[in-house]
Design a protein around this ligand. Structure first.
Ligand code: AMP
Length: 540
């Protein structure tokens, strides 16, 4: 017979994170780029005070537990306060991606039934355009002082955040409730159909945040300073805004300035040691430091994910700048990071090239998450690094049902990710493609990701994308799109010759199309659907 454990049973609450930081790391700094330009600086103790004031203010507006508060905002300190005030009060922090089409924004604000929407001044024109279509929103709160709030004609009930919280008490008794209650909501930016909502629980977020502090993940401690470039409006900025106060890590929030020069300057001035961002951010950063002959004084680890980080970029960070890349994988439905690749003790003597090849893969599932790959019939494939199939995932912070959906997408308790992957004998996973992007040619599969990584290794190539184009004989053949670096004149023949040396002959694309820019969607991913619509005809 099982014995009961004799431990206290306290719910995992997000409010406890900011109170922990205020009590234990009250003097550790949070630095944020204000939307109107200057840097703002305070401590976790100050942040907790203002989160409590906001919690009182939201209650004063008549909001109740279970109701949703939307945000259309950059990574900044007021957004951070809202993360804690909203969820800590038992309400749902609904982070909206400002890059969604306005129609989709209207859809998600109405679907989530947001009662209040917090927005940065940058997005005032967006708010002006959508407010009339969001009848359930009673208050629009501009995350600024009144003096920096732009006039928004025609929108009623707009208030400046500082005016909203100023009269309220800094004391607030955070409610304690079931840790499985909803804390935050984020919608997938699906390319077809309406966005779908992933509703995160307190328990899921707390467990994920503790996990990503670990040395094998982001390695967070009081000795580190972290700058999440990953946005707070998309999968909780990988839960870094929760993990940093747990570990007492100084937090640097970059606001709207996400170009290579601004980020570099902030990293240097705030002595940032760890960062996290999508590969395009790191491409911009490397271009800046290369152009100006700079080095990083304190940056040592950069985590990346959201799309595949090309091996050539990993090599540059490591070999030229002494910055270790950690390559993670996750999706809106997985709260934050589900797998993370990092170098292990046994890799110390590996050659740089071996290390970079390992980090170009998406790593091992972190504790709390399990992964497997399955064939078309759902049978589990061997962990041999070669058998590829759909990646399935389950764990403490993996979604089981979309918000307000009637059915669950789970298959035997596992979430089907729509990604094609391999897993090797050591558990290292590699994303080969999206199920809808993989190119089927003569019965074999070509990974568009691998071809793109090979193409961006060419010194004249800024960005690359590959789609499958119908072919009468081979079913599909790859077509490569290239955006040249400024001032470069590289032509098709040179690129194809470059690729021939790096991939199998039958992988070499049938044609190359040069574009000024690739179509990019709300979360920074290339919209291959758009490319297919325009170029996906038939190869002869
Ligand atoms: P989203 O829900 O918008 O965050 O998109 C999640 C999708 O991004 C995943 O299903 C993958 O297709 C892709 N993705 C995330 N991380 C990586 C990565 N490290 N490498 C390749 N694809 C990735």
């Amino acid at each position: 017979m099982l014995q009961p454990g004799l431990m206290m049973d306290l719910p995992l609450m997000l409010s406890s994170i900011i109170e922990h930081a205020a009590a234990q790391y009250g003097d550790i700094e949070v630095v944020a780029r204000e939307t109107h330009g200057p840097l703002f600086r305070y401590t976790y103790a100050d942040c907790a005070v203002r989160a409590r004031k906001l919690a009182n203010a939201l209650a004063g507006l008549g909001l109740e537990p279970g109701q949703a508060v939307g945000s259309i905002a950059w990574n900044n300190h007021r957004h951070l306060e809202a993360y804690y005030a909203v969820s800590g009060s038992g309400m749902v922090m609904h982070t909206c991606n400002p890059r969604l089409h306005p129609q989709q924004l209207i859809y998600i604000i109405n679907h989530a039934e947001d009662r209040v929407v917090l927005f940065d001044a940058t997005f005032a024109p967006l708010v002006k355009g959508i407010a009339a279509h969001c009848p359930q929103v009673r208050h629009w709160v501009c995350l600024s002082e009144a003096v920096h709030m732009p006039a928004i004609e025609g929108v009623a009930n707009v208030v400046a955040y500082e005016d909203l919280i100023a009269p309220h008490s800094a004391q607030f008794a955070w409610p304690q409730f079931d840790e499985r209650s909803a804390a935050a909501l984020c919608y997938t930016s699906g390319t077809t159909g309406n966005p779908k909502g992933a509703m995160y629980s307190h328990r899921a977020i707390v467990l994920n945040a503790i996990t990503i502090c670990s040395a094998n993940a982001l390695g967070m401690s009081t000795k580190q300073t972290i700058l999440p470039v990953v946005p707070m409006f998309h999968i909780n900025a990988w839960c870094i805004p929760y993990a940093a106060p747990i570990a007492g890590t100084k937090l640097v929030l970059p606001g709207p300035k996400l170009d290579g020069a601004s980020l570099y300057e902030l990293m240097e001035s705030e002595r940032v040691t760890v960062s996290a961002g999508v590969p395009t951010i790191w491409q911009g950063m490397i271009a800046h430091v290369e152009q100006h002959g700079l080095q990083f004084s304190t940056m040592r680890v950069t985590a990346t994910g959201g799309s595949a980080m090309p091996q050539s970029l990993i090599a540059k960070f490591s070999d030229n700048y002494n910055v270790e890349v950690r390559h993670g994988w996750g999706m809106t439905e997985t709260t934050a990071v589900a797998t993370m690749g990092s170098l292990e003790g046994k890799h110390t003597d590996w050659t740089p090239a071996q290390k970079h090849a390992l980090i170009a893969r998406q790593g091992k599932s972190v504790f709390g998450v399990e992964i497997k790959v399955v064939d078309e019939n759902g049978a589990t494939l061997p962990r041999d690094g070669a058998s590829q199939g759909e990646l399935m995932v389950r764990g403490h912070w993996i979604m089981r049902q979309y918000y307000k959906a009637e059915t669950s997408p789970l298959v035997d308790g596992w979430f089907p990710t729509g990604d094609i992957a391999t897993i090797d004998a050591e558990g290292v996973m590699q994303i080969r493609d999206r199920t809808k992007d993989v190119i089927k040619t003569g019965g074999e599969w070509i990974s568009s990701i691998d071809l793109e990584s090979a193409a961006v290794a060419h010194p004249a190539v800024a960005m690359a994308a590959v789609i499958g184009v119908k072919h009468p004989k081979w079913d599909e053949r790859p077509l490569l799109f290239v955006v040249r670096k400024p001032g470069q004149t590289v032509e098709k023949e040179e690129i194809l010759a470059f690729l021939s040396e790096r991939v199998a002959k039958w992988w070499v694309p049938d044609d190359v199309v040069f574009l000024d820019a690739l179509p990019v969607g709300g979360t920074g991913k290339v919209q291959k659907g758009d490319l297919r619509k325009q170029y996906g005809g038939v190869f002869s």
